[in-house]
Design a binder for this molecule. Sequence first.
Ligand SMILES: Nc1nc2c(ncn2[C@@H]2O[C@H](COP(=O)(O)OP(=O)(O)OP(=O)(O)O)[C@@H](O)[C@H]2O)c(=O)[nH]1
Ligand SMILES: [Mg+2]
Length: 206
Amino acid sequence: MEINSVSFVKSSAHPRECPPMDKPEYAFIGRSNVGKSSLINMIVGRLSMAKISSTPGKTQLINHFEINLPKKGDNDNSWYLTDLPGFGYAKVSKKDRVKWEKTSKQFLEGRTNLMCTMMLLDSRLKPQKVDLDFMAYMGETGLPFVMVFTKVDKLNKAEKAKFLSDYQAEMLKQWSKMPPVFVTSSETKEGREELLNFFEQTNSLF
Ligand SMILES: Nc1nc2c(ncn2[C@@H]2O[C@H](COP(=O)(O)OP(=O)(O)OP(=O)(O)O)[C@@H](O)[C@H]2O)c(=O)[nH]1
Ligand SMILES: [Mg+2]
């Protein structure tokens, strides 16, 4: 699938400052350094649309990007990808952690155009409590999400298969069935087509 154009819309410190809820939206959420900004850049095919940092915790604002596909009839065929601040960074104070949680939950619960949250998970780490807790919160709140494993270029084929089945076993302790899973790498572009297909199909439900 070809993307027509992509633009940075704005950075917002608070959900009330975010752009109008007039098109489908997908929020990228996950621990600091999981690869949110890199994945957005990979999806949109730009090297530095979303800022990438090797210093965790750099993205402290809600960043909206607008993606446009070629028009289909009257449908303007555009949607938002949203880069949310990372969480779980050890050096962040308790006060800032609480603030992150409050703002993020307010955003996710109030954004009526949100089609799905993309829960990013680092495929080099075994299931982390903060991630499992956050997915449990989304499940309890009725917020649809998919799991997106990042940095799979770091694993060989056998490691990847084991990682996925171990993660699934952990999820099935809490969940009766697995949410949809995407396996991605911003380095190799693995998973890009699958994600774009998912966005296009889900957009049609808006
Ligand atoms: N090998 C590999 N490295 C990656 C991949 N994605 C991201 N990285 C690296 O991981 C680090 C963090 O990536 P970011 O995209 O900045 O992560 P983030 O989740 O946006 O981080 P915060 O904005 O701090 O929350 C960078 O050094 C990236 O180059 C990937 O698919 N493969
Ligand atoms: Mg980032």
